[in-house]
Design a protein around this ligand. Structure first.
Ligand code: ZN
Length: 338
């Protein structure tokens, strides 16, 4: 299991691992994840493929509006039908019929697979053999009906956008890196340092790699509120303000240095302009290795910006931390100020 090693994984983490670490040759896994969370909310457990075809094709059509590339294969009859419907060249009946027949062929088998094995929880049972249906499990129904379902669904959509962007620009030749637009708090696709498109909100994109928790105090982050102590904030672990003060040549405004914190920790005055405690730098290095284990394009961005090997990446962050230490600033830690 490549996700959050040495931790007790609950169903929420396992669902995240499917989204963040499952391999993708097409975006169907994301469309299925979204459909499952949506159907689970309703509470009905037996879902025919005809019923599943509705949210599944809706999710794919929404993404096809933005990004025509929804898989790495050159030809797909299913995607062709979706495009025809998008372009008003076929009927809804034909769309749903083709989705039920062709849309689920591989994704139902592959959904629970992360790395070489299946995760330990099943979110649905495959009963295509008896009545063309799947059966949602209690684990899924429970998960869909908690607050976590909101963040899971946002994380799923953000991951989907990152993956389709990587496909769109071609991951092997025309290299795309992920940049950060601080004003809008979004991730952007950069090609040769030039902005090509907006990808997705930074909070949704990196929350899963922190298990939806505050980087500092580990409390669950709240995606729905904006001013409560648990509301989610984007933070630079190594303070951006120290960049010019110490004549640092590296840019601290990059994804490797961005973490999500709760409003409370982010607003702690001891933290401002001070360096984070060494424990947090270690935590950042671990968190960044979680990016490395997922596929395009956060992984490639991190490798390009911080180093090919784990050792290079550690040394890169360590050398910046050491440089900033010249300032003689206080090393901030949440336990010491609460
Ligand atoms: Zn916190």
């Amino acid at each position: 299991m490549p996700l959050y090693e040495n931790k007790d994984l609950d169903d929420k983490d396992l669902f995240r691992s499917v989204v963040l670490y499952g391999r993708n040759v097409a975006s169907y896994k994301f469309a299925l994840a979204e459909s499952l969370l949506e159907l689970g909310k309703v509470g009905k457990n037996i879902i025919t493929l005809d019923e599943l075809a509705i949210p599944f094709s809706t999710a794919l059509l929404r993404h096809l509006e933005d990004s025509d590339k929804q898989g790495i294969s050159k030809s797909s009859t299913f995607l062709k039908t979706l495009r025809e419907f998008r372009d008003n060249e076929t009927t809804k009946d034909k769309l749903l019929d083709t989705t039920a027949k062709l849309g689920f062929v591989n994704v139902i088998d592959a959904f629970h697979r992360v790395g070489k094995q299946d995760i330990s929880t099943r979110f649905f049972l495959d009963e295509r053999g008896s009545g063309n249906k799947i059966v949602l499990t209690d684990e899924l129904l429970k998960l869909s009906q908690t607050n976590a379902a909101t963040s899971l669904s946002k994380e799923n959509d953000a991951r989907w956008k990152l993956v389709e962007t990587a496909w769109e620009y071609g991951i092997s030749n025309a290299f795309v890196t992920v940049g950060y637009d601080k004003q809008q708090e979004i991730l952007i696709a950069l090609q040769g340092g030039i902005k090509r498109k907006s990808i997705t909100g930074v909070k949704d994109a990196i929350s899963g790699y922190q298990r939806g928790q505050c980087f500092y105090c580990s409390k669950e982050l709240n995606f729905s509120e904006t001013h409560t102590p648990d509301a989610i904030r984007v933070d630079h672990l190594l303070p951006f303000s120290l960049m010019t003060k110490t004549n640092l040549s590296e840019d601290l405004d990059r994804v490797w240095n961005l973490v999500l914190a709760c409003n409370h920790c982010n607003g702690t005055s001891e933290k401002w302009d001070n360096l984070p405690h060494n424990d947090y730098v270690k935590r950042l290095l671990t968190r960044n290795e979680y990016y490395i284990r997922s596929h395009h394009p956060l992984r490639e961005t991190l490798i390009l910006q911080t180093g090919q090997s784990k050792e290079e990446r550690y040394n890169f962050v360590r050398s910046i931390y050491d440089h900033l230490k010249q300032t003689g600033y206080h090393f901030w830690r949440v336990e010491d100020v609460q």
